[in-house]
Design a protein around this ligand. Sequence first.
Ligand SMILES: [Fe+2]
Ligand SMILES: [Fe+2]
Length: 299
Amino acid sequence: MSAPTADRHQTAERLLKSSAKKSYDPAVDIDWDAPLVPDAIWVPEHRVSLYGTELWERLTPEQRVELGKHEACSVASVGLWFEVLLMQRLLKDFYAEDPTSPRAQYALTEVADECRHSQMFARMVDAAGVEPYGPRESIRQLGKLFSVVSWGPASYGAILVAEEVLDRLQREQANDERVQPLMRQVNRIHIMEEARHVSFARDEVTRGMAQLSPREKAYQRFIVAFISMFVVRSLINPKVYAAVGIDPKEGRRAALANPHHREMIRWAGEKIMPFLTEAGLVGRPGMTWWRRSFLLSEG
Ligand SMILES: [Fe+2]
Ligand SMILES: [Fe+2]
């Protein structure tokens, strides 16, 4: 094995060991029969997309909790969709790999993790009695191109945006005692297993960028920015607003213009953006898309 290849397998070997030591099975590690706590919030109020807007002022306290629940379930079902796209990516990468290599073994382990997560998110949405919204239909269609137009650093970079943005939100929710216990437990399990995925993807980004020509790097910068904008803008399916009597188009418009919501996205991306910048993935010709994503400080 050449040095970089051996190094690549070292990360996978470490992650495989960690996976063997600590993995969860949501089918048994979550008490699905426990009744939901009536009136408990699903996300802290200040994280609801309309918080602080005129539309928010018009909602009753019950409607605010209801909207938070629908948004939590939208994020969970969109997260599930991200996971399906990631599984496609991993399986595509694994396709040409020696199945006995640590990297291939880890790719399969991560697919298994994401399979369990997707089942877990679906069950949570079902338990909440909310429609599994997923992304808007046009975005779902566009998602079919994800593993065609993106590969290497851009692919794993966009996956990191999804994983790290959700991670930041989930950590806050898991630590908030006012949040529905089911939601907190789902988040706790997800946070612990995602830490490995983040290590793997960061490694793929750094290693991948080092091997590219300036021209290829420019393509990667464009694609990662383009996909990341859709990642963050897909989290809240506009249909959620109808659950509290708000026209979906009006709700979406208000959310996108809401400084609280924009700030939440910037805050959620605060950990991943410096890494992507350092890796050389943030820059021209992707800056328009980064700005539209609200992930940059100057939003
Ligand atoms: Fe996951
Ligand atoms: Fe993941």
